[in-house]
Design a protein around this ligand. Structure first.
Ligand code: GAR
Length: 190
């Protein structure tokens, strides 16, 4: 069994899809959800599915490596960032080389980097009058949104009325593809 941890800061709609996708999976199990926000809805959602949760604090996360111990207790081999908004520190990237993936709500390298998350991305895409946006699933390295790209999918924006409409389309794409791509990566590495 491969044990994965999901890191998320907010609503957790992607985390929910992933947990549901792997619920009965014979080889992959979501064993832990980690959040930097004690009141993030994702924590309640995870608990309601019987998945353990962990809240991390900034100081501990960046100044100690205690998290590695926690991840080992849960036998975590692979980490999925699903709306996790903190930069991953070097000790974690080094411990999990090409074993951390992130989903970004745009077609990287466009609209990536520090401060480019959630609605900030969709507002920028809207302001630039882009006719296409999409999702990028990529490995995580020590810079925001710069690791190797694993998968991209596009959506057309010609008839999108506002940034909210773009967000809805992009989130829909995320829900369609993220779990499947995670499964493919994990099964390839068995
Ligand atoms: C998702 O759209 C994800 O791509 C984005 O946050 C949202 C989380 O939604 N991540 C970033 O912007 C990272 N730079 P969710 O909590 O409903 O899964």
């Amino acid at each position: 069994m491969k044990h994965i941890a999901i890191f998320a800061s907010g609503t957790g709609s992607n985390a929910r899809k992933i947990i549901e996708h792997f619920k009965q999976h014979p080889q992959i199990k979501v064993n832990l959800v980690v959040s930097n926000k004690p009141h993030a809805p994702v924590l309640q959602m995870a608990a309601s599915h019987g998945v353990s949760t962990l809240v991390i604090q900034r100081e501990q996360f960046y100044k100690t490596q205690n998290l590695l111990h926690e991840l080992a207790l849960f036998h975590i081999e692979f980490i999925v960032l699903a709306g996790f908004l903190w930069l991953v520190p070097p000790y974690l990237v080094q411990k999990f080389p090409q074993k951390i993936v992130n989903i970004h709500p745009a077609l990287l390298p466009k609209y990536g980097g520090k401060g480019m998350y959630g609605m900030h991305v969709h507002r920028a895409v809207w302001a630039a009058k882009e006719t296409i946006s999409g999702i990028t699933i990529h490995y995580v390295n020590e810079q925001y949104d710069e690791g190797d790209v694993i998968y991209q999918a596009e959506c057309h924006l010609e008839d999108a009325e506002n940034p909210d409409a773009i967000a809805k389309r992009v989130l829909n794409l995320e829900h369609q593809h993220f779990s499947r791509i995670i499964e493919e990566i994990l099964l390839q590495s068995v």
